[in-house]
Design a binder for this molecule. Structure first.
Ligand code: UD1
Length: 346
C-alpha cells in the first residue's frame, strides 16, 4: 500500500514547501494547511511551477479553536491516507522570551491535527521533530537512543509532542507514527524558486551568511571560536533541505507498508559535522562573494558540537542524504541571489 493523499500541515514553510515538491514529484496529492504566520502563499505558487498542480490549500490556523471544525471537515473531505505535520513556531530565542505562546501554539495545533486524522480514519503521521530534543547530553555522533534533554521551550514542545505521539501509538495500535529529528536544514530547491525566507533578522547561520553575501547585511558574527572543536567554532550536521524533504516521503512510505510500527524515531542528518568557519569558506566558494565576519562571544545556550548517526534511517527507510556542503551552499546561493528579498519581491 502507498499513501497517496497527504495532509501537509505547515506546507507553505521552508521545509514544508520542499516536502510538497517531493510528494508531488513522487505522484502524491497534497492538502496544505497553513496560516502563513511565517510563510507566504507565493511559496505554493512556486511549488506548483516546479511540480504541478496536485496541491490544494486550506488557509487556517491549526492552533485556533475557531478554525478547528473547518479543519476537521476539510481534512475529512480530502480523504487522506496520512499527514506530515510541520506546523508550529520554531524560533529558539523567541521561545525563551514567550514560552507560554510556544506551548499554546505547538501543542494545540497537534491536538487538532490528530482529531482531524481520527475523524478521517487516517492514522498515519510523520512529525517534524528536531535534533534539539537531544540538548547537550550526548557525544556525537548521536543515535536515536541518545538521552533527551532540550534546553529551551521550543525544544521542549518538540519533545512533549514526541512523547504524546509515543503514548498515542501505544494506546491505539492503529496509529503509525514517525518522529523525524532534523539536524540543521539548509540549502534550497535546485530551481532557485523556493527556499528559506526568514522574517526579520535571521537567527540561523545559513540565512545569515546568505544575506551577508547578497549585501543585505554587513557582517556575520561568529558566535565563539573557543569551543573544543577542530577550529574552535561550533560544529553542526547541515543537511540539504531537498534530502530532508525526501526523507519525509520515505517515512510516509515506510509507515504505509509496515503492519504495526508504532511510533518510531529517526535522525535525519548527514552524519558529517561542519564548523562555522568551514561553512563560511564553502559559501564563499559557492557564491564568489566576500563574507565579512567577526568572532564574538558565544551565544547563550549553544553547544560545541552535534552531528547525527543516520544509520537507522538508512536501514529502515532506505533513505540517506546525498548532497554535499558544496551543493547546499550553491543551491542556497541560487535561491538567495534570485530572490534577494525572499518572497516579498512578488
Ligand atoms: C538552532 C536551534 C535549534 C533549531 C535549529 C533550526 C539553538 C540553540 N538551537 O540550531 O533548536 O532546531 O536552529 O535550524 O538555537 N552561528 C554563528 N553566527 C550566527 C548564527 C549561528 O556563529 O549568526 C553558529 C552557532 O553558534 C552554531 C552554528 O552557527 O554553532 C549553527 O547555528 P544555527 O544555524 O542557529 O543552528 P543551531 O544553533 O544548531
Amino acid at each position: 500500500m502507498t499513501a497517496k493523499r497527504i495532509v501537509v500541515a505547515g506546507g507553505a514553510g521552508y521545509i514544508g514547501s520542499h516536502v510538497c515538491v517531493e510528494l508531488l514529484q513522487a505522484g502524491r496529492k497534497a492538502l496544505v494547511i497553513d496560516n502563513f504566520a511565517n510563510s507566504s502563499p507565493v511559496a505554493l505558487d512556486r511549488v506548483r511551477e516546479i511540480a504541478g498542480g496536485n496541491v490544494e490549500l486550506l488557509r487556517a490556523d491549526l492552533a485556533d479553536p475557531a478554525d478547528a471544525e473547518r479543519i476537521v471537515s476539510a481534512v475529512t473531505a480530502f480523504r487522506p491516507d496520512g499527514a506530515i505535520h510541520l506546523a508550529g513556531l520554531k524560533a529558539v530565542g523567541e521561545s525563551v522570551a514567550e514560552p507560554v505562546r510556544y506551548y499554546a501554539v505547538n501543542l494545540p495545533a497537534t491536538f487538532t491535527l490528530i482529531r482531524a486524522l481520527e475523524a478521517a480514519g487516517a492514522r498515519l503521521l510523520v512529525f517534524s521533530s528536531s535534533a534539539t530534543v537531544y540538548g547537550d547530553l550526548n557525544k556525537s555522533p548521536v543515535d536515536e537512543t541518545g538521552a533527551l534533554g532540550p534546553t529551551n521551550p521550543y525544544g521542549r514542545t518538540k519533545l512533549f509532542i514526541e512523547e504524546m505521539l509515543r503514548d498515542l501509538a501505544r494506546a491505539d495500535k492503529r496509529w503509525k507514527i514517525c518522529n523525524l529529528r532534523y539536524f540543521n536544514p539548509v540549502g534550497a530547491h535546485a530551481s532557485g524558486k523556493i527556499g528559506e525566507d526568514p522574517n526579520g533578522l535571521p537567527n540561523n547561520l545559513f540565512p545569515f551568511i546568505a544575506q551577508v553575501a547578497v549585501g543585505r547585511l554587513p557582517k556575520l558574527k561568529v558566535f565563539g571560536a573557543d569551543y573544543p572543536t577542530r577550529d574552535g567554532s561550533g560544529v553542526r550536521d547541515y543537511i540539504h533541505v531537498v534530502d530532508l524533504a525526501a526523507g519525509h516521503v520515505a517515512a510516509i512510505d515506510y509507515l504505509a507498508k509496515e503492519a504495526s510500527p508504532g511510533a518510531v524515531e529517526f535522525n535525519l542528518g548527514t552524519g558529517r559535522g561542519v564548523s562555522v568557519f568551514e561553512a563560511i569558506a564553502a559559501f564563499k566558494r559557492a557564491s564568489n562573494r566576500d563574507i565579512p565576519f567577526e568572532v564574538t562571544a558565544r551565544r547563550d545556550g549553544d553547544i560545541a558540537e552535534i552531528y547525527a548517526r543516520p544509520d537507522k534511517a538508512e536501514k529502515l527507510l532506505g533513505w540517506r542524504a546525498t548532497r554535499t556542503i558544496e551543493n547546499m551552499c550553491a543551491d542556497h546561493w541560487r535561491w538567495q541571489s534570485a530572490n534577494p528579498n525572499g518572497y516579498r519581491d512578488e
